[in-house]
Design a protein around this ligand. Structure first.
Ligand SMILES: *Cc1c(COP(=O)(O)O)cnc(C)c1O
Length: 228
């Protein structure tokens, strides 16, 4: 079985060549290792080889891991659906939240972020395919939500995130990512400057990098299949 160390080095090469093929600086693409449902040893192995950013989907699982790995200097991203009654632990433990789709949730995080910690970095999750089954703000509502979030204390609005429907073809995969990139450009025209496009996973990261992804969120290709 191929281990995390080998996968990490393979993946770094793939991300780098995707960036170069897209005419981008490879340093502008950050790997977010999605460690949900993966054991601590695998996270330690990735960290030992220089991986710093980790993503978790479930609040309690994430908090437990952050506490257990407190001896390492890691950056933790919350990438799951966030219910507004679970914001406090996220505000206290995590460094980033990628899945903001309501002002109410952002407000609670702003109130609950402990003083003395740096601002909590947030991305707005956009429902780019307008799927009923998915969370996310509708593309038409991104500008209003972004403007409201940009005014909150203790929070840094860093950019946009999406989780598009699965597509097989590379050119098809690019389309929803292009929508996200376009939305970020519209924000810039409104005077809201962001630096993050969180998009692309194991199956479609190359297409995301071609459309400007700055954070790709990858689980399976790094850690292998997850425990059910
Ligand atoms: C699980 C998950 C990922 C990683 O998916 P893989 O296909 O395993 O790379 C990325 N983003 C989000 C929001 C996820 O929930």
């Amino acid at each position: 079985m191929i281990g995390v160390t080998e996968n990490l080095s393979l993946l770094s090469d793939l991300l780098q060549s995707a960036a170069i093929d897209a005419g981008r600086d490879p340093a502008s693409v950050r790997l977010l290792a999605v460690s949900k449902k993966q054991p601590l040893e695998k996270i330690r192995e990735a960290a030992a080889h220089g991986q710093r950013d980790f993503g978790e989907n479930f609040v309690q699982e994430g908090v437990d891991k952050i506490e257990s790995l407190g001896d390492l200097d890691l950056t933790w991203h919350f990438i799951g659906h966030l219910q507004s009654n679970k914001t406090r632990a996220v505000a206290e433990y995590f460094d980033w939240v990628h899945t903001i789709d309501k002002l109410k949730t952002a407000r609670r995080l702003a109130e609950q972020r402990p003083g003395g910690r740096p601002p909590l970095n947030i991305c707005l999750q956009v429902n780019v395919d307008d799927e009923d089954s998915k969370s996310g703000v509708a593309p038409a509502d991104v500008r209003n939500l972004a403007a409201a979030c940009a005014d909150l204390p203790n929070i840094a609005l860093r950019g946009l995130m999406c989780l598009p429907a699965i597509r097989e073809e590379f050119e098809e995969q690019r389309k929803p990512f292009a929508v996200l990139r376009q939305l970020a450009e519209e924000l810039r025209a409104d005077g809201i400057d962001t630096d993050t496009l969180s998009m692309g996973m194991t199956a479609d990261f190359r297409a995301a990098i071609f459309e400007g992804a700055t954070i790709v969120r990858i689980g399976t290709a790094l850690f292998g299949a997850r425990d059910a």
